[in-house]
Design a protein around this ligand. Structure first.
Ligand code: MG
Length: 158
């Protein structure tokens, strides 16, 4: 039986912060604000995994009130989440995700992000898909106030 999970996250853009997406730092004049490294894409992927496994959400596993997770490397959190999913007798089949961001263009770094996420998920890069779209100039994404990300994960019992 396949189990599916969805994930959604958004973070605010602010000056003086790095822009990290899927574990890859993207040069930009602003970055994402948050308790951890605010890697919005990796957070959506974590929630998709936890959702598929019936293990709650990222906030339960890695509370943003916990000093241990201040400026945390979200890829390390993803690896921990995967460990918990695997401990539950499950394996991840694939992950698909979308970054919703007005600028910069993600295209040139898309393959790198895909490979970084795939490595953390212990999957071949062909099982991890990374897409990007814009906010078409409307809403918080379109006004460049923030970045959103969505992810779905498919899992099955080992
Ligand atoms: Mg987040």
């Amino acid at each position: 039986m396949n189990l599916n999970g969805i994930g959604y996250d958004c973070h605010r853009l602010a000056p003086g912060r790095p822009l990290i997406l899927g574990g890859v730092e993207i040069p930009h004049d602003r970055g994402l604000e948050g308790h951890s490294d605010a890697d919005v894409l990796t957070h959506a992927v974590i929630d998709a995994l936890l959702g598929g496994a019936g293990l709650g959400d990222i906030g339960e596993h890695f509370p943003d009130t916990d000093e241990r997770y201040r400026d945390a490397d979200s890829i390390a959190l993803l690896e921990t989440a995967l460990t918990r999913v695997v401990a539950g007798g499950l394996e991840v089949l694939n992950v698909d995700c979308t970054v919703v961001m007005e600028a910069p263009k993600l295209g040139p770094r898309r393959q790198e992000i895909r490979e970084r996420l795939a490595k953390a998920l212990n999957l071949p890069a062909t099982r991890v898909n990374v897409k990007a779209t814009t906010g078409e100039g409307i809403g918080f994404v379109g006004r460049r106030e923030g970045v959103a990300a969505l992810a779905v994960a498919s899992l099955r019992n080992r």
